[in-house]
Design a protein around this ligand. Structure first.
Ligand SMILES: Cc1ncc(COP(=O)(O)O)c(C=O)c1O
Length: 377
């Protein structure tokens, strides 16, 4: 997608292409990031750029634990937090530690495309579970999909690509399903909550705390989206202190953080995020972009799932094969992503972490393409 966009921009000019394909935030990090970056970068003590304990600098883990305790409504200490190379690194460390080859990992479809590859890295298999019609988790469908091979469930809220925030009742129901499965099969199933968009929610919505609802839970997250730092590869993995054998699990995770090749999360970024707990880009700006696009889609006559968070719009294709719509949009120099890449055929994704001018410029193309396909079939 990255290369495709770059090619079109060379061919037609940057100001002609509306690239809604990838979730690469265009917003600059909050002002305090620049200040803290300059201060931390100026430090010259010996080993300031050295290795640190495999789970990260103790003072950083402590700062993260204090903030995450508040978010998750449980008492995390530095021991329960590992600094990682983004949320992707956190998920890989968790899957390496939790799964054995041949195990199954469940996720609600549609989902972030990379989960399947992450599972495959360790010989585990991603099994997709259908979501409800409004893209909520379906705990009953999870109950049916669980087998003795199920090692973990990955959930993602706010959700990429649908923008859905799962309600607390649904999460509590899922927790009951997982607890019942443990009693039935004798195997604990870990719930891995992938939360890099936690702070990007609209209209004051709150993302419920998974750790308060299910004890065998882990939170994988990053500062990629809320601080606009995806290229700096910084995030963390937190383990619920109430999980059985949590110490043993943390030991395994810490080893995996090193042996998967990351060795440790970037030191400079660790020190910076420790000082920026709670900071975020202005989410109101994303909300305004969402509202502008909503007007464009309403005007054009597209059906969609209105995002409650993230910066993704999930649109229904007027024809069964959404690739036809994506191709037609491409001819208008509008880049979007077919839903089948997320196991969501018949839909397509518009990523709106882009300049307002791009959104404005896209209106005519969306209108033209919508007209081309007539009524929804
Ligand atoms: C749902 C989801 N999980 C994980 C990631 C990976 O995030 P990071 O860049 O922090 O590794 C992304 C990135 O887009 C994502 O959308």
């Amino acid at each position: 997608m990255f290369e495709e966009g770059a090619k079109l921009k060379i061919l037609h000019g940057v100001d002609k292409v509306c690239d809604f394909s990838i979730g690469n935030p265009d917003m600059i990090p909050p002002q305090e990031f620049q200040r803290v970056l300059m201060e931390e970068a100026g430090r010259t003590e010996p080993r300031i750029h050295g290795y640190m304990p495999n789970a990260g600098f103790p003072h950083v883990r402590e700062a993260v634990a204090a903030f995450a305790s508040d978010e998750q409504k449980v008492d995390l200490t530095s021991q329960h937090v590992l600094m990682t190379c983004g949320a992707g690194g956190a998920l890989n460390v968790a899957l390496r530690a939790i799964t054995n080859p041949g195990d199954e990992v469940l996720a609600s479809a549609p989902c972030f495309v990379e989960y399947g590859f992450y599972c495959g890295n360790y010989g585990a298999l991603l099994k997709l579970v259908p979501s409800t019609d409004n893209f909520d988790l379906d705990p009953k469908a999870f109950a049916e999909a669980i087998t003795e091979k199920t090692a973990a469930v990955i959930i993602n809220s706010p959700h990429n690509p649908t923008g859905r925030v799962y309600p607390e009742e649904t999460l509590a129901e899922l927790a009951q399903v997982l607890e019942a499965a443990r009693k039935r099969t004798g195997r604990r199933i870990y719930l891995i909550s992938d939360e890099p968009y936690r702070k990007i929610v609209y209209n004051g919505l709150k993302v419920p705390p998974v750790m308060a609802l299910y004890r065998h839970s882990l939170v994988a997250t990053s500062y990629s989206k809320d601080l606009s730092l995806p290229g700096e590869r910084i995030g963390y993995l937190a383990v619920n202190p109430a999980a059985d054998d949590s110490e043993k699990l943390i030991g395994a995770l810490t080893l995996c953080n090193r042996i998967l090749g990351y060795v440790n999360a970037p030191g400079l970024m660790q020190r910076i995020v420790a000082r920026l707990q709670g900071a975020s880009v202005d989410v109101g700006i994303y909300q305004a972009k969402r509202d502008n696009l909503k007007r464009i889609f309403d005007d054009a006559g597209f059906e969609y799932a209105e995002p409650q968070g993230t910066f993704y719009f999930w649109l229904k294709s007027p024809v069964a094969d959404e690739r036809e719509v994506v191709d037609a949009l491409k001819k208008e120099l509008i880049l979007t992503v077919p839903g089948r890449g997320f196991a969501g055929p018949g839909w397509f994704r518009v990523s709106y972490c882009v300049d307002d001018a791009v959104i404005k410029r896209s209106a005519e193309g969306f209108r033209k393409v919508r007209k081309l396909f007539g009524e929804y079939c």
